[in-house]
Each structure stands twice: as structure tokens, then as C-alpha cells.
Design a protein around this ligand. Structure first.
Ligand SMILES: NC(=O)c1ccc[n+]([C@@H]2O[C@H](COP(=O)([O-])OP(=O)(O)OC[C@H]3O[C@@H](n4cnc5c(N)ncnc54)[C@H](O)[C@@H]3O)[C@@H](O)[C@H]2O)c1
Ligand SMILES: O=C(O)C[C@H](O)C(=O)O
Ligand SMILES: [Mg+2]
Length: 594
């Protein structure tokens, strides 16, 4: 697998900052890593102890300091603080301890850090756009982006953070830094944005230290106009950037995606990223069961942003697979492979008549009620267990935020009817998982094929171990972003997303060996190299489909045919673009960068 991690040549920068201003800027700061010449040229000699450290020395010192903190939340806080002081050191440390530190800076610890955001707050990062200050939005936006080359904007309105609900301001910085850690996107070209439209979280509203706008969430037209103002600014000033939406409430997530997807390159991670990574894991799992996507009976438990995103992605893949096989399945028929179960039970016509079916789920409403044969749940409608009993699903996916809902009876019943039950409890953080993987393994007598949303330890088995794949959108979205940026197209199309998911699946250990004890997805430790490949695949598809933008025209002969060597060119551009955490060489220049 080609990796982007070999290119570690130091770059030369002309820098206009001196002294404290240089050391205070996380992009430029090198701490004890400034060379003797830089110390002289930039007025740093008296500001630093005598020794000069290598980045390895600095990583060692930082890691030792990190290890002194006992709780994961304190470690997260330490890492956050390091990121606001020295980017190269932060990312170099992440590269060296990727697997160990991802759960610290990202899921599951990030959930606690976001819940505590106002209390852990020290220094702002990125852009904060608040509803009451919207008249100033363009000025605030330009203050941060004018003259900057921005590839990627990650925004959130904080309404549905992971599985922990409305948290006001907070997630976009962690999500943006994962683009750099895994996708090698230059952090100076990313912008995290908190869109503060208030919060309905009573605890936050009552908290005297809450840092966001202390009002109830703005809804309806006023909300739409605020979001539109922001999106139009992005389109006007950064037309070639990718705009990533994270953790919006389910209705807004779908609406915003549909509204803007033909106008700008937009990406909703919870919908599309989750759909793509789940498709990849499922493709590997059905390699073990030696079946086709179209043969599956799929229950999705929790029909919100993630659940619906998965349903759409898998449905589209079923149709695409059938077209390739020359036996086209209609959209209506493909929808019949799915049973959605939400808070009120099976999404069926009885629920629809009672007005309890969410917009976006209509296509999947089932006619069957199995009246008389079923136990109803506490809402008087068909429960998950009864759907399992009647449908005999091959696949059970959890995106419900409701822990423990894949009970022993659910797993055992599912296992009675299929040889290899495919069970993906994807809710984050770990404490919200629908079933502990160890339990699902036991209750299925070791037959279940498992993937979870947060990291879980391997399961010890008689033969060795069973590896639990981490099916988290972070395993694919950095590559999706890289591919979209590389292709410079006006949109990130469904076909580009499917190409990325297919490449991810091909890189899963289990996809090639068909050995069920191998993981259904690549290891997070390999995610930088894996996402490089995903990025290449996404960009290749954009070129093949003629939707790539600026800079690719010269690679077409006539209208459609690509010139020889185009694939090598995609890889070359991806490699050249990769940002690596190594210090550059600085030359003082009063007209240089700041
Ligand atoms: N693994 C990943 O990559 C990934 C990606 C996105 C989301 N997620 C996780 O998935 C979960 C859902 O996220 P989301 O953004 O879709 O949230 P969401 O709020 O949009 O959706 C949750 C859905 O679950 C339903 N629900 C709640 N309690 C239920 C219950 N007891 N039974 C059945 N349904 C119930 C809700 O009505 C809602 O429709 C979160 O825990 C999130 O962290 C994981
Ligand atoms: O952020 C994550 O860990 C994955 C996902 O986007 C989620 O909302 O849970
Ligand atoms: Mg999310």
C-alpha cells in the first residue's frame, strides 16, 4: 500500500513573526526545536533555555508529561492544550502513538470533553459564529480566512453530538484535527466553525460558566436563514473548499445536505461518512457469509441521521451491485430489504397513520404488522425482538444511542435463524453501545460478525483472538475529504462516496482472507495509509465520471477520455499535498507569512 508518510523533507517558509508572537502561534511555534540560527534571526535567544531538542526529544517529553495524567479526560485536556501551542509537536505525537491516542482525542473521550467544554475552556480555536452577532458574520469570517488558502471547513451546530445530544458549542475542532492526523490535510488549510444557535440543554442554560449563547435553540426560518448566510459566505469566499457538517439534529442534517449538495462540495459525516464506513464493513462481512448485498435482510435500529444515512447508502449499493450483475433491482424492491425500528418500534403503516413516522423514513415504511402474533413494546407498537422473530435478519445495525437494547434474547433469536449474524452496534460513545461485543459473541456462540462505533478490546477465543472492527466514520471521512479536495469538483457525488467505501472494504483484512476472526475493517493504526488510498479512489472516480474541477482539464483527450498516466498523476498530487508533522525551515521576511 502506498503511504503518504515518507515525504518528510523540511519545507522552507518566509515568516514575518518574531519573538513572542512567533512562539505564541501554534502553526509556527517549535518550542525547544528552534535551531540556533532561527533563535538568532527571530529574536528568540534569550527566550529559550540553551539546549536545542529534536522533535523526537520533544515527543518523548510530551509523552512523559501526558502519562502523568491518570484520567482519559485529563489526557484529552493535555492534548488539547498542546494543540493550541504547537501543531507539529501535537501531530508528531499523534503519529507516533496513533492507536493509543485516538481514543483520547476522539471517541469515546471526546464526548466527555465536549460535555465539559465550558469548564475545560482555556483558549478559543477556530471560528465561532453566534446567532445574535450574525450581522457581523462576513467580517468575522473574513477576519479568519481572508488571504488564507482554505481547503476544508468543518462546522457543527452541536445539536446531536455523538450520542449525548445537545451540547451547544464544541465538536468541530476534534473532527477537523482528525483530517490532519489521518488524511494529512494541512491544518493551516482547515477551519473548524461552531455555529451557535442556542441550546435546549437545560443544564447548560443554567450553568453560569456556559460559554455559548444562553438562549433556546433557534428553529424554522430564522435558523435556515442563519445557516444559509454562512453557506453563502463559504461559497462566495472559499468556492473550492469542502464543507463538512457534523452532528446536526436529524431533520436539519438531511435538509441541509439536500439543499446545498448541488451548489457546493458538502459532506454530512453522520449521514454519508457513517453510511460509507458501514457499507465497507458489511461488504467484508458478506465475503465471509458468501452472500450478496441484495440477499440481506437488514434491521436498522435507530432511524436518525446515522441510521437513515446507512439505509440510503446500503440501498444505493444494492442497486449498483444489481446493475453491475445485469439483474437490475428497482429502488422500491431494494427498499424492501430494510426494516427500520425507531423509538416507537417498527416503522410501519400503523405508526405512519398515527403520525409518528419521521420525514425521510417514508420509503421504508413496512405494511406488515403481524397483528395478533406480536408483543408490543412500551409504546404499543412492534418491538425489535418481534421484528427479529419475524424477519430473521441477516444484519442488525444499531444507531439508537440506547445502550443494552440488543438483549440476550434478541441476539440468541437472531442467531437461531442465520448461520453468521452480522451485528454492528454503532452508537457512540462506548457506554451507549447497543450490546457489548463480548456478550454478542457469547450469545451467538461465537458466530456473530461484529463491528462497533467506538474501540473495543479483542475477544480471546480458544483459537486465539477475535478482532472487533471499529466502524467509525473517522476511518473514511478524512479520505473522502482528501479525495474531494484533490478532485476540486463542485460536489462530492454518491458515486465518489461508493468508490471510497469500496476501496476501504478491499483493504480490510477479512475482505481478502474471508476468515471471520480477522477484522471486518482495517485497523485504526493503519488509517493514514488506508485513507490515502480512499482519497485516491474518490478522486479517480471523480475523474472517470467527468466531475473533477480546476486543474484536471489538461488530463482529458477530447471530452471524456483520460490521458495515459492519469492514475499516476492522482497519486502524485495526493503525495505532494500531504502535510507531515515535521518542522519547516524559517527565514525571516517582513513580507512573509504570519
Ligand atoms: N460509528 C459511527 O461512525 C457513528 C456515526 C454517526 C453516529 N453514530 C452514533 O449513532 C448514534 C445515533 O446518532 P445520530 O446522529 O443518528 O442521532 P439521531 O438522534 O439522529 O438518531 C438517533 C435515533 O435513535 C432513535 N432512538 C432513540 N432511542 C431509541 C430506542 N430506545 N429504540 C430505538 N430507537 C431509538 C431516535 O428516535 C433517533 O431517531 C449516536 O450514538 C452516534 O454517536 C456513530
Ligand atoms: O464522532 C464520532 O466518533 C463518530 C460519529 O460522527 C458520531 O457522531 O458518533
Ligand atoms: Mg458525528
Amino acid at each position: 500500500m502506498s503511504s503518504n508518510s515518507k515525504d518528510t523533507k523540511p519545507r522552507v517558509y518566509k515568516v514575518a513573526l518574531r519573538g513572542e508572537a512567533l512562539m505564541d502561534h501554534p502553526r509556527w511555534n517549535k518550542g525547544m526545536g528552534f535551531t540556533a540560527k532561527e533563535r538568532e534571526d527571530f529574536g528568540l535567544t534569550g527566550r529559550l533555555p540553551h539546549m536545542i531538542n529534536t522533535i523526537d526529544d520533544q515527543c518523548q517529553r510530551a509523552f512523559d508529561q501526558l502519562s502523568m495524567h491518570e484520567s482519559d479526560l485529563r489526557k484529552n485536556d493535555f492534548m488539547q492544550s498542546m494543540r493550541s501551542q504547537n501543531w507539529v509537536l501535537y501531530y508528531a505525537l499523534m503519529h507516533r502513538h496513533l492507536k493509543e491516542l485516538m481514543p483520547i482525542i476522539y471517541t469515546p473521550t471526546e464526548a466527555d470533553a465536549i460535555a465539559q467544554y465550558s469548564h475545560l475552556f482555556r483558549r478559543s480555536e477556530g471560528l465561532y459564529l453566534s446567532f445574535p452577532d450574525q450581522e457581523n458574520m462576513e467580517i468575522d469570517f473574513l477576519e479568519q480566512v481572508a488571504g488564507r488558502d482554505i481547503d476544508l471547513i468543518v462546522c457543527s451546530d452541536g445539536e446531536a453530538i455523538l450520542g449525548i445530544g445537545d451540547q451547544g458549542v464544541g465538536i468541530s475542532t476534534a473532527k477537523a484535527s482528525v483530517y490532519t492526523i489521518i488524511g494529512a490535510i494541512d491544518p493551516s488549510k482547515t477551519l473548524p466553525v461552531a455555529l451557535d444557535v442556542g441550546t435546549n440543554n437545560e443544564d447548560l442554560l443554567k450553568d453560569p460558566l456556559y460559554v455559548g449563547w444562553r438562549e433556546k435553540r433557534v428553529r424554522g426560518e430564522a435558523y435556515d436563514k442563519f445557516i444559509d448566510r454562512f453557506v453563502q459566505l463559504v461559497r462566495k469566499h472559499k468556492p473550492h473548499s469542502l464543507l463538512h457538517f457534523e452532528d446536526f439534529g436529524v431533520t436539519n442534517a438531511q435538509t441541509i445536505l439536500e439543499r446545498y449538495r448541488d451548489q457546493h462540495a458538502v459532506f454530512n459525516d453522520d449521514v454519508q461518512g457513517t453510511g460509507a464506513v458501514t457499507l465497507a464493513a458489511l461488504s467484508a462481512a458478506i465475503g465471509v457469509t458468501k452472500s450478496k448485498l441484495a440477499d440481506q435482510r437488514i434491521i436498522i435500529f435507530g432511524a436518525g441521521s446515522a441510521g437513515l444515512g446507512i439505509a440510503h447508502q446500503l440501498r444505493d449499493a444494492i442497486i449498483a451491485e444489481s446493475v453491475d450483475a445485469g439483474e437490475e433491482i428497482s429502488r422500491e424492491d431494494a427498499n424492501k430489504r430494510f426494516w427500520l425500528v425507531d423509538r416507537f418500534g417498527l416503522v410501519n403503516d400503523a405508526l405512519q397513520n398515527a403520525g409518528k413516522v419521521r420525514v425521510g423514513t417514508e420509503e421504508f415504511v413496512r405494511a406488515e404488522n403481524w397483528v395478533g402474533e406480536v408483543h408490543t413494546n412500551e409504546h404499543g407498537s412492534v418491538s425489535l425482538l418481534d421484528v427479529v422473530k419475524h424477519v430473521h435478519p441477516t444484519v442488525l445495525i444499531g444507531t439508537s444511542t440506547s445502550p443494552g437494547t440488543f438483549t440476550e434474547e434478541v441476539v440468541r433469536t437472531m442467531s437461531e435463524h442465520v448461520e453468521r449474524p452480522i451485528i454492528f452496534p454503532l452508537s457512540n460513545p462506548s457506554r451507549l453501545v447497543e450490546v457489548q461485543p463480548q456478550k454478542a459473541f457469547e450469545w451467538s456462540s461465537g458466530k456473530a460478525l461484529l463491528a462497533t462505533g467506538s474501540p473495543f478490546a479483542d475477544i480471546k477465543t480458544e483459537k486465539g483472538k477475535y478482532v472487533i472492527a471499529e466502524c467509525n466514520n473517522a476511518l473514511i471521512y478524512p479520505g473522502m475529504g482528501l479525495g474531494a479536495i484533490l478532485s476540486a469538483g463542485k460536489s462530492l457525488t454518491d458515486r465518489m462516496i461508493i468508490a471510497g467505501a469500496q476501496r476501504l472494504a478491499q483493504l480490510a483484512p477479512c475482505f481478502n482472507t474471508h476468515d471471520p476472526s480477522d477484522a471486518l475493517l482495517p485497523d485504526f493504526g493503519d488509517s493514514p495509509a488506508v485513507n490515502f488510498e480512499v482519497g485516491v479512489a474518490v478522486c479517480e472516480r471523480a475523474l472517470e465520471d467527468g466531475v473533477a474541477g480546476n486543474g484536471w482539464e489538461e488530463w482529458y483527450e477530447g471530452d471524456k477520455t483520460l490521458k495515459k498516466g492519469w492514475k499516476e498523476e492522482v497519486r502524485k498530487r495526493a503525495q505532494e499535498r500531504a502535510w507531515m508533522p515535521v518542522y519547516g525551515e524559517y527565514i525571516y521576511d517582513e513580507n512573509g507569512e504570519k
